[in-house]
Ligand binder design. Sequence first.
Ligand SMILES: [Zn+2]
Length: 326
Amino acid sequence: MHPHYPLTRLRRLRSHSHVRDFFRETRLALDDLVLPIFVEEDSDDFTPIAAMPGVRRIPERKLAFEVERLARAGIRALMTFGISHRKDAQGSDTWSCDGLVARMIRTCKDVAPHLVILSDTCFCEYTTHGHCGVLHGEHVDNDATLVNLGRQAVVAALAGADIIAPSAAMDGQVAAIRSALDENGFDATAIMSYSTKFASSLYGPFRAAAGSDLRGDRKAYQMDPMNRREAIRESLADEAEGADALLVKPAGACLDIVREIRNASALPLAAYQTSGEYAMIKFAAAAGAIDEGAVVREMLGAIKRAGADRILTYFADDIAAGRLAL
Ligand SMILES: [Zn+2]
């Protein structure tokens, strides 16, 4: 029994649906969401991703039509991932002015200049070994990779990216990108770093989607999911290096981390609902085990309630298209 019962009756605020709605603390809107997209060069057809029902690789040749459709549906922001067929040891296509990174961004901005374009800034989709930077033997060379991150960021900014989103999990990546951008006249281009990125087992479907040929794992640079204090240090380090916004990945398995970073920093904070989280909901719904719409609302709502201002989610397309309601 509540100590102040019957004076306090918490059920008063939920007895009727219109009153319940009136007092709802957390509200979701399409404006909160960022849709990650996969764009494949040298391809004519949309390619379904078996592990992510409803998500397709977009052929670069049809990207303009697709972006137009998404913008018309009310999508506010896109994060671009490329599926490259010009891989090399360093991922040098990413810092070519006519490479896939630059072309994707130019197409998006040509078609829908008011869409916010976040350029995922890494190398794993563009390297033959699938790691997020320059390999020396078995290890990714942190400081050599920083130079290349700066190059890629400048090319993305030149192509029109609004936000550079480094996901390589290199120490010093924000500072390196900030100085490369500023030296090249892009002091107005923002950085939203993947400031706390765990070596999560929830990224599996993404690797198939992005065509990453990873050998080994990324545990030498992405964080151990069991570490809480380190997760906060990582994000605060990026803030100190000049990040304009922070990002936690994955989202649903890290709500405690989202809340702690929210409390520790005043920067805008995003969380990335991963391909694994998406797949779990889609397959459970297809099996009739859960109500997809209700679970999506509850999971996205929990991420926002934990403190995320923005959520990267593959469900943004279903929501914008009206297949799922918020
Ligand atoms: Zn990567």
